[in-house]
Design a protein around this ligand. Sequence first.
Ligand code: ATP
Length: 373
Amino acid sequence: MTAADRVRSAVAAVTDPELRRPIGELDMVREISVDGDRARVGIVLTIVGCPAAARIEADVRGAAASVPGIAEVEVEVGVMTPTERKALTEKLRAGRPARHMPFGPDSLTRVILVSSGKGGVGKSTVTANLAVALADQGLSVGLVDADVHGFSIPGLLGIPAGTQPTRIDDLMLPPVAHGVKTISIGMFLRDGESVVAWRGPMLHRTVSQFLTDVFFGDLDVLLIDMPPGTGDIAISIGQLLPHAEVLVVTTPQTAAAEVAIRSGLVARQTGQRVIGVIENMAAYTLPDGTLIDLFGSGGGAAVAEALSEPGAAVPLLASIPLSPALRQGGDAGEPIVGGGTTDAAAATIRELAAALARQGRGLSGRSLPMSIG
Ligand SMILES: Nc1ncnc2c1ncn2[C@@H]1O[C@H](COP(=O)(O)OP(=O)(O)OP(=O)(O)O)[C@@H](O)[C@H]1O
């Protein structure tokens, strides 16, 4: 192997942070020459102003410099021609036609909708932390923020306001935050535009665009943060993903249970399967042992029981306690499940993620009895 070959194989292994594949596989490596201890490396990026450019260039420089005998590295960065880009998008689609929805019933990806009856029960906070915890389990995770009233997912994951998916022709690459490929309806709004004014067909088009034009790659799990209630988006997603699984988030307040039950029943009408209930904002214990029980108790169990059918029990999967740290992490864009915290809410969400990961896709047609927290 020549020195240039060694540099080529080191450079080819560098991963594109957005496409999550080695750049050699993506045909992004060009001419490489070595003169004494100097390497010249040519690479091409997908588009001009590619947001990952600086990172790729630095990683390529580092990879080339790590080859024994190389002391200096010069990186020349170019841009793919339209033909090269077309070849790349075709390769990424892996034979699937453009505008194909990869999350149909034959897909290997588990699609899990996170719903709630009403707003403010912590659905988005739970979804963001669950996504990060699943990614920490080694799963490839996508997260769609379809909550038209909230768009809180980018903030919860620390994605700066104004961040847009990178476009390679008609393919959109979702930003990756805390290991989660994330797309939000808020990323599709023009300045000052409010989605609340959108009518059903427009919402339907946008949601189906999320699922067809956004390149998530091969995902193990796609989580969808649903808007609270049972509106247009829930109906659109019901039509697009009738085989999806549903998690219903509720608080321990029994008065809130009724709306949560309704959201589960509507999901079931479209053919989706409610796989469990998550109770959030449950009682927490102060260091001196005092129990803080703001929202009472029993709501999660009541919803689980009401959604259970003969032969298809819906379990209460987790009871996540009130947690100042969970809220602070959300406000700061740093989901607490990612750190080494011993916070009880984080621990419960991690256990929930582990239980869901254990279930796997193969078991998604069955209800498993499990309970956490
Ligand atoms: N377990 C918890 N302990 C303390 N605060 C929490 C907990 N869960 C969520 N919160 C806080 O409650 C508020 C509402 O949470 P979040 O925005 O996730 O709710 P939501 O159900 O997604 O609401 P919406 O659907 O209206 O966007 C946030 O300030 C969040 O930080």
